[in-house]
Write a protein that binds this ligand. Structure first.
Ligand SMILES: NC(=O)c1ccc[n+]([C@@H]2O[C@H](COP(=O)([O-])OP(=O)(O)OC[C@H]3O[C@@H](n4cnc5c(N)ncnc54)[C@H](O)[C@@H]3O)[C@@H](O)[C@H]2O)c1
Length: 243
């Protein structure tokens, strides 16, 4: 199996894309640590996946919680080989109506949370001279979207962060890449009104929304040794929406 005995930490792994990645990694032999703010769903998801999957309650916006949880995982499994920074939120509003709080909530979780978890994990990756980091960005971070200035800025930030950390860690055999999904069927996209969904579908040459498995397959490749010479890249995964 591709990830045999690798230890993988996945943030936001309780549901949606993160749960899909957790399931795929477990199928490939990884020991998976799902870290999520939603303890009820996370515990259920970990139980339902075949393989070795553990749940840890974590708000990635809290530096203290991030530090303690990563320490706990390192103590329990002695290493972390793979980090998938997937947890993310939206809080959509036109800029004219966006409060500083709306802005900060999204930046704090999507961008600062990604920074905090990465910082907590990389020391051990550097020591072991091995690591795979996959950051889940978004096509919105590449092209922007009306009503999502906070989200777009956070995801564009994740892309800049990915490239910078990739440069810092390349010589230590730690690769850092980003996936920029288009529209993927999860509870995040469930709330989009039907009319808007139809308009978005017209922008996708392949004529469908993506599935969590589509993202999980690319995350698996970027977390495996099959991608060992790839770092600092951003992969759009969007049915051809952004070319
Ligand atoms: N669904 C899409 O179309 C799409 C497109 C592009 C990018 N993305 C990105 O993919 C990632 C996953 O999104 P999804 O669609 O699966 O959404 P989702 O809402 O189904 O899952 C997000 C998960 O993150 C967790 N989470 C939220 N805040 C957290 C916090 N502070 N600490 C820890 N966990 C937290 C949630 O509990 C949830 O389990 C996000 O970063 C999102 O921005 C999604």
């Amino acid at each position: 199996m591709v990830l045999d005995s690798k230890i993988a930490l996945i943030t936001g792994g309780a549901s949606g894309i993160g749960a899909g990645i957790a399931k795929r990694f477990a199928q490939e032999g990884a020991v998976v640590a799902i870290c999520d703010i939603d303890a009820q769903t996370g515990t259920k998801t970990a139980q339902e996946i075949n393989g070795e999957v553990h749940f840890f309650e974590l708000n990635i916006g809290s530096e203290e919680q991030v530090r303690k949880t990563v320490e706990h995982i390192l103590q329990q499994f002695s290493r972390i080989d793979i980090l998938v920074n997937n947890a993310g939120i939206t809080n959509d509003r036109l800029v004219l109506r966006m409060t500083k709080e709306d802005w900060e909530n999204v930046i704090n979780i999507n961008l600062t949370g990604t920074f905090l978890v990465t910082k907590a994990v990389i020391r051990s990756m550097i020591k072991q001279r091995y690591g795979k980091i996959v950051n889940i960005a978004s096509v919105i971070g590449l092209i922007g979207n009306a009503g999502q200035a906070n989200y777009a800025a956070s995801k564009a930030g994740v892309i800049g962060f990915t490239k910078s950390v990739a440069k810092e860690l390349a010589a230590r055999n730690v690769t850092v890449n980003a996936i920029a999904p288009g529209f993927i069927n999860t509870k995040m996209t469930d709330t989009i009104p039907d009319e808007l969904k139809q308009a978005y579908l017209k922008m996708i040459p392949m004529g469908r929304f993506g599935e969590t498995d589509d993202v999980a397959n690319l995350a698996l490749f970027l977390s495996s040794n099959q991608s060992s010479f790839i770092t600092g890249q951003v992969f759009s995964l969007d049915g051809g929406m952004v070319m």
